[in-house]
Design a protein. Structure first.
Lengths: 144, 210
């Protein structure tokens, strides 16, 4: 009787593990992008934009303005690859003068990973940004 | 056996409760001089101090060493177009600024190492964007050779016109006491060390200026 109960519990446990470990392929890909993006953010972005994406007052924009990120999603890869000199308005603050330095050494997939991290952290929830999308956007950047 | 245990416990408690007021070390070269006091010869240690200087702050006001008499201050070196360690340093220095901005006896001096680009007007604009007001954090402009000289010879911070963004420099925050002696240096990019700086500043402020 006791053995039956143990076996039943064991089987239930196995089923539970199988269900939770069965992530969809999309989810796995998102997690991969997000995790690598976290590390890239730390080494390339955090010093200026902050641990919590808070920016620095009126000098460096924060990543807390989801509306801005969503509206300019297609331009973000260009900002990262080639830097940014133009004036932008993020979260009611206008940024001029200072420029974002180009991160020209990042590959398309790395840009996609870091963007997946930024656009799904700090209160943002935009979803996966993959390498083909970044390649597509980079082809449309105006000037360098 | 029990008695030994109580003795040990007492000893541990006693030593744990003993908090001496910490004194910060004094950095830089020191010399032993012999002077005559009341006809008797006495030996005294003379510590290196920051010499006279004259720079201009973001408001266009000339700031000299005299403006810091009897005050403690923290100093660092930066430039406004710095793409590397400066933003992190400034973010951490804001913590120091917010802690002491209403205290007239504490100042922050940030020297630009790129005076060609960072004119007084540029420094003022930068200060505004950083959210600085009042008279406690000065962004200082001066002749390049004067700034490099005081950085390397007196604050013992290395700066160089090369590297990332055209300049290379170290992210030290240097703490100076009321007699202009260096009492500490902290990695301005490391928040833990900056918190230690704030603690040390409170300690140093209580020291007499004599």
């Amino acid at each position: 009787m006791k053995i039956k109960l143990v076996l039943l519990l064991f089987a239930a446990g196995c089923i539970a593990i199988i269900i939770t470990s069965c992530q969809s392929e999309g989810e796995q890909m998102y997690n991969r992008y997000y995790t690598t993006g976290t590390l890239l953010y730390r080494s390339h972005c955090e010093n200026c934009h902050g641990v919590n994406g808070e920016g620095l007052n009126d000098l460096i924009p924060s990543f807390h303005d989801s509306v801005y990120l969503r509206k300019n999603l297609g331009n973000l890869p260009c900002f990262i690859k080639y830097g940014l000199k133009a004036q932008i308005t993020v979260g009611n603050k206008t940024f001029t003068g200072q420029q974002m330095p180009a991160q020209g050494n990042l590959t398309s997939i790395e840009i996609a990973e870091v963007l997946t991290y930024v656009t799904n952290s700090f209160g943002n929830k935009i979803g996966l940004i993959d390498a083909p999308k970044v390649n597509n956007d980079l082809a449309k950047c105006d000037g360098e | 056996m029990k008695r030994i245990f109580y003795c040990l416990a007492g000893l541990v408690l006693f030593t744990a409760c003993h908090h001496a007021d910490p004194t910060l070390p004094i950095y830089g070269k020191r010399e032993l001089v012999t002077k005559t006091v009341n006809g008797k010869s006495e030996e005294d240690t003379v510590y290196a101090t920051i010499p006279a200087f004259s720079f201009v702050n973001q408001y266009g006001k000339t700031i000299t060493d005299k403006d810091l008499d009897g005050k403690i201050y923290v100093t660092d070196f930066f430039f406004t177009s710095c793409p590397s360690i400066c933003p992190g340093m400034q973010r951490n220095m804001l913590t120091v600024y917010n802690e002491f901005k209403t205290d007239p006896n504490v100042k922050i001096l940030s020297h630009t190492i790129d005076p060609k680009h960072d004119t007084v007007a540029v420094l003022k604009q930068y200060a505004d964007k950083l959210g600085l007001s009042g008279d406690s954090w000065w962004l200082l402009y001066g002749k390049k050779e004067d700034i490099y000289d005081i950085a390397e010879k007196h604050y013992l911070v290395s700066v160089d016109a090369q590297g990332n963004g055209g300049f290379i420099h170290q992210g030290w925050f240097v703490l100076v006491d009321k007699q202009k002696r260096i009492r500490g240096s902290y990695d301005g990019t490391d928040m833990k060390q900056v918190n230690q700086l704030v603690t040390d500043m409170h300690t140093l402020e209580k020291e007499s200026g004599e």
